[in-house]
Design a protein around this ligand. Structure first.
Ligand code: ADP
Ligand code: MG
Length: 241
């Protein structure tokens, strides 16, 4: 059984169909890069997997549990998959430690001492153990994004969904965030990441999925997809002819 099973998923906003029958299975420990033009449905797909959007048709299962559109199921699902966004969305009035503890204590009802121990461990993991008491605005963008990663990890998710998590960062801060992702990948974390970092996708991912107009247009191993794109659309996207 795959960790994430996406079967014939369709998603419409009003009369506009944005996902047009997506099939994708993600195995435990797989690191998948999702690439494609703006508007091709990449974010919508991740948001559907995380239950932030309800799907119009098809099915999504995470660790064998069907994603059904009711609050109990959605809550259970969101505990299984973590999501990190382009914007870090840290609470400015909470410390770094407070941010990483919050969903543990609120959503999971983890006792405070345990939540704090987990927060310290996860901040250690992203290289920010020493900034537990700092406030977000005292950190660089790269550090804030690493806090957001620690916050997601603190929920002990079975998979992490990353939506262009380096796109809002100044170029010199991108590498430190990618280094953390690379380490998570090496440790066996299942990762589904929308990214424009083609070199990173080539080096770190097991599989590349190219989305075009709401469909998985082409997919395969990075060495094949990048070196030998099959469709005109992917060739154009990669800038090869
Ligand atoms: P990508 O992440 O690949 O750039 P998105 O998934 O964000 O693409 O968007 C795919 C399409 O869905 C776009 O045409 C976008 O305008 C549309 N879309 C996304 N979210 C909404 C929404 N909440 N309401 C209406 N249209 C939306
Ligand atoms: Mg997007």
């Amino acid at each position: 059984m795959s960790l994430i099973e996406i079967t014939e998923v369709r998603k419409s906003f009003g009369t506009t169909e944005v996902l047009k029958g997506i099939n994708l299975n993600v195995e435990p420990g797989e690191v998948i890069a999702i690439i494609g033009k703006s508007g091709s449905g990449k974010s919508t797909l991740l948001r559907c997997i995380n239950g932030l959007e309800t799907i119009t048709d098809g099915s999504i299962a995470v660790a064998g549990a069907q994603l059904l559109d009711d609050e109990v199921h959605l809550k259970a699902l969101r505990l299984k998959v973590g999501m990190i966004f382009q914007q870090f969305n840290l609470f400015p009035h909470l410390t770094v430690g407070g941010n990483v503890m919050l969903s543990q204590t609120v959503v999971k009802k983890t006792p405070k001492a345990e939540a704090e121990a987990t927060a310290r461990k996860m901040l250690e993991r992203v290289g920010l153990g020493h900034r537990f008491d700092a406030y977000p605005d005292e950190l660089s963008g790269g550090q804030q994004q690493r806090v957001a990663i620690a916050r997601a990890l603190a929920m002990q998710p079975a998979a992490l969904l990353c939506d262009e998590i380096t796109s809002a960062l100044d170029p010199e801060l991108v590498a430190e965030v990618l280094a953390v992702v690379r380490e998570l990948a090496a440790e066996g974390m299942t990762l589904l990441m929308v990214t424009h970092e083609m070199k990173f996708a080539r080096d770190v991912c097991n599989r590349v999925v190219f989305m075009h107009q709401g469909r998985v247009h082409e997919a395969g191993r990075p060495e094949d997809v990048f070196a030998n794109p099959q469709t005109p659309e992917l060739k154009q996207f990669l800038g090869v002819s």
